[in-house]
Ligand binder design. Structure first.
Ligand code: BES
Ligand code: MN
Ligand code: ZN
Length: 501
């Protein structure tokens, strides 16, 4: 197995594009860039930019690429890639990250190890926000999913990137972006791993290793301790598997953090979801190796929060198991009792995520979490509602939900709220237990969230359903097919904003 990614060295330099010493110079160009600015870059490529724009070979739409030889006297780079930005007013966080990733992908195709980015397109962001996103975009493009190929002959990574800028705080911003990109890559690497390689025990070890940075303490609960805690919902799901379950607990408690407030992050850690006795159809089942994406997301987030030394207490809880059919597996109709004391009639063993999250949410509160966010590939229904574009957002109170929306805005990620009206709770009623785990087709994502709400306690709680957004079915210039790392950045923006008083 090969490594999935390399973290490039990223530096900043107050140098003109012409003077940049690199194998490849990248110049962003907005669609409504002034003719004078275009003429300035034209000098670098002997008039080819203007010519390409005129014959519409290059239209400077978002993430369009035009590559030319650097042939002008006085310019050091031998190759120049222009990357389109679309309209300047639209160049926000997501756009600039995608532009950087797309251009870096082009550099990898051209096998150019040392790139320079001319920070000449202001877009709508502050210089430091932009530079952070550039560094993140460059880093996430340095990722290769072919880790299990026996002959990785086409792999090529960028080794160095220089952002050409004179902005104050640029170096720290570039560092933060690189740390973010590194965390996203690590999560994507884990999510892409197949179920036979990434069992619950392996996931617990790998995730703890990923979180092994200064300030974080890790604890891996084995099946004995899980039993002592009474986590009957997690244990119920795990019964069908030959692999024992685990719960990973990570804590970050920096000295300067406001006391009495702790962000709780809970992630779904199903290393493979067959559906259990309520077996899934075989078509597309292979994708269910990504059912631990929520777990990887919260681990990557707490790692990044600690590396950036943000002044906030965080506890992360990731219950991990496979969901398998087997001689000991739970059956439809079985009743389980979770650690909170609530009983559940399991009418569908494929609605397993909410079961282990129920125990996970309860445990996060036990550990003192005052503001909780859970992240899970929870329902196919959220893909019906929001497609593969937007993550589903649920929670209470409204102010906490709003805080997640604005964090997503700052992070350049797409999140949209769905309601939790009391009436939806009727579908969860069971004749013989406190609740059903599978309340039928109508509003499937909402009723899943209503189920979680019963375990989320009284304080602030939000639930992110990433079933649509965790995995890209097709490759895009800025994102290869596979794990996306969705919502890691949003969690970090939540931590940056701090918890409400
Ligand atoms: N892991 C799945 C949800 C999922 C589906 C993620 C498609 C990504 C793509 C989850 O455990 C599940 O099976 N949910 C069921 C719930 C139903 C039985 C109430 C679903 O969505 O069909
Ligand atoms: Mn399932
Ligand atoms: Zn699942």
């Amino acid at each position: 197995m090969h490594v999935a990614y390399e973290v490039p060295r990223i530096t900043v330099a107050d140098t003109t594009p012409a003077a940049a010493d690199a194998d490849l110079l990248i110049i962003p160009v907005a669609q409504d860039q002034t003719a004078a600015a275009v003429a300035g870059f034209d000098a670098a490529v002997g008039g080819e930019l203007t010519a390409a724009l005129e014959r519409q070979e290059f239209r400077a739409r978002a993430c369009d690429i035009f590559s030319a030889a650097g042939r002008a006297a006085g310019w050091r780079a031998s190759r120049i890639v222009f990357v389109g930005g679309g309209k300047r007013a639209e160049i926000g966080a997501e756009r600039i990250r995608r532009m950087a990733a797309t251009a870096t992908q082009a550099a990898r195709h051209q096998r150019r190890a040392r790139l320079a980015w001319a920070d000449v397109e202001p877009g709508t962001l502050s210089p430091t926000a932009r530079i952070e996103l550039l560094a993140e975009g460059i880093t996430i493009a340095n990722f290769d999913s072919g880790v299990h190929k026996s002959k990785p002959d086409h792999r090529f990574f960028v080794s160095d990137a220089t952002v050409l800028t004179s902005a104050a705080g640029a170096a720290a911003a570039a560092d933060a972006g690189r740390v973010m990109g590194d965390a996203v890559n690590a999560a994507r690497g884990l999510i892409n791993e197949p179920g036979n390689h990434l069992t619950p025990r392996v996931l617990a070890d790998k995730a703890a290793a990923l979180a092994a940075v200064p300030g974080i303490t890790a604890d891996i609960l084995d099946e004995r301790r899980i039993e002592e805690l009474g986590m009957g919902l997690l244990l119920g799901v795990a019964r069908g598997s030959a692999e024992p379950p685990r719960v990973l607990v990570l804590r970050y408690e920096p000295a300067g953090a406001p006391a009495g407030q702790t962000l709780g992050l809970v992630g779904k850690g199903i290393t493979f979801d067959t559906g259990g006795i309520s077996l899934k159809p075989s078509d597309g089942m292979e994708r269910m190796k990504d059912d631990m994406a929520g777990g990887a997301t919260v681990v990557a987030a707490i790692r990044c929060i600690a590396m950036q030394q943000l002044p906030i207490r965080v506890v992360a809880v990731v219950p991990m198991t496979e969901n398998m059919p087997g001689g000991r597996a739970i059956k439809p109709g079985d009743i389980l009792r979770g650690a909170s004391g609530l009983t559940v009639e399991v009418n569908n063993t494929d609605a397993e995520g909410r079961l282990l999250l129920g125990d996970g949410l309860w445990y996060a509160r036990q550990l003192g979490a005052t503001h909780v966010i859970d992240v899970a590939t929870l329902t196919g229904a959220v893909v019906v509602a929001l497609g593969k574009i937007t993550t589903g957002l649920f929670g209470q109170p409204q102010s906490w939900v709003d805080q997640l929306s604005s964090a997503a805005g700052a992070a350049g990620e797409k999140l949209w709220p769905l309601p939790l009206f009391d009436e939806y709770g009727e579908q969860l009623k069971s004749e013989i237990a406190d609740m059903l785990n599978s309340p039928g087709r109508p509003a499937g994502s909402i009723t899943a969230a209503m189920f979680l709400k019963e375990f989320a306690g009284e304080g602030a709680w939000a639930h992110l359903d990433i079933a649509g957004t965790a995995w890209a079915e097709e490759s895009k210039p800025w994102q290869p097919k596979g794990a996306t790392g969705a919502m890691i950045r949003t969690l970090i923006e939540v931590a940056r904003a701090g918890l409400p008083g």
